[in-house]
Design a protein around this ligand. Sequence first.
Ligand code: NAP
Length: 312
Amino acid sequence: MENDKLHNVVIVGSGPAGLTAAIYAARANLKPLVLAGLTPGGQLMLTSEVENFPGFVTGIMGPELMDNMTKQAQRFGAEFIYENAVSANFAAKPLEISTAKEKYSAKTVIIATGAEANWLNLTNEQRLRGKGVSACATCDGFFFKDKDVVVIGGGDSAMEEANFLTRFARKVTIIHRRDEFRASKIMLKRAQDNPKINFITNVTVTDVLGENSVEGVKVKHNVTGEESVIPAQGYFAAIGHTPNTKIFAEAGVEVDQKGYIAVKNQTRTNIEGVFVAGDVNDPRYRQAISAAGMGCMAALDVEKYLESLDEH
Ligand code: NAP
């Protein structure tokens, strides 16, 4: 169905970037429409405590932070639709963006669709998803009380997930493909100092074992070629993320080699009227606060852009 209203700005995504853009755009009286998705709130909905978002002395739970941002945007008149954007037509003027149910027209669009977890893509890893295989310790850690689990990866996410899992698990093994870590020193040290965590490095995970639930992982040493099995009932992938840009790339928005949206000038993309904010453009910082900051920038850029349209 076509919605005949012409929106000043449609914001796609409802993580910190999209919601901050919504707050700023709503306060600028642009009456933003937020396509918040079927599972709104972004990655912070999968986090427990957020300790580094400024202003919360003792931290705040991720879902509570997102709920607050949503209510803050609604207080200033942002409208929310809880559907996924499934296609975009940016050759059209006004711009068009569709959910499964409706097509929306907009003078501007802010893409704030974030990123999602990567997998090793082993057949048995995918088969055992939800049966001991996960990419979110904060969502699923509780199920591994007094169990042994493995965490794959050597970045901050792996360290964070491993530390979190020690609240429940008996033992956590971090499995990493190199013997150097890209994790920050403080996060690595925290994991190294945790008596429940041990490390296996310089190995490749070649299989996830188990019929109906995870029983272990098979690894191969990268130098000696020696194979071994690490018994575990839980498997957590923490090997980075992929940005949610497919429908926008199909609509002609320029993306980089890894699929992140390329910016041309501050928050502008290569398509006039289409702006970007948050992890969907940011493989480097990936913080709630940096995403929120960029959401603010995108909304201010949209405001200036709309003013320039009015002047002509
Ligand atoms: P990341 O820094 O890109 O690290 C991904 C890790 O997974 C790397 O160790 C990488 O190994 C490994 N990996 C990637 N593909 C693999 C594959 N196919 N097989 C085996 N291993 C693979 O991702 P991240 O840890 O998710 O962190 C992303 C960003 O978020 C970083 O900037 C990080 O600082 C930030 N972050 C911050 C916090 C925090 O401060 N609280 C928490 C989480 C994340 P190699 O090292 O060999 O490439």
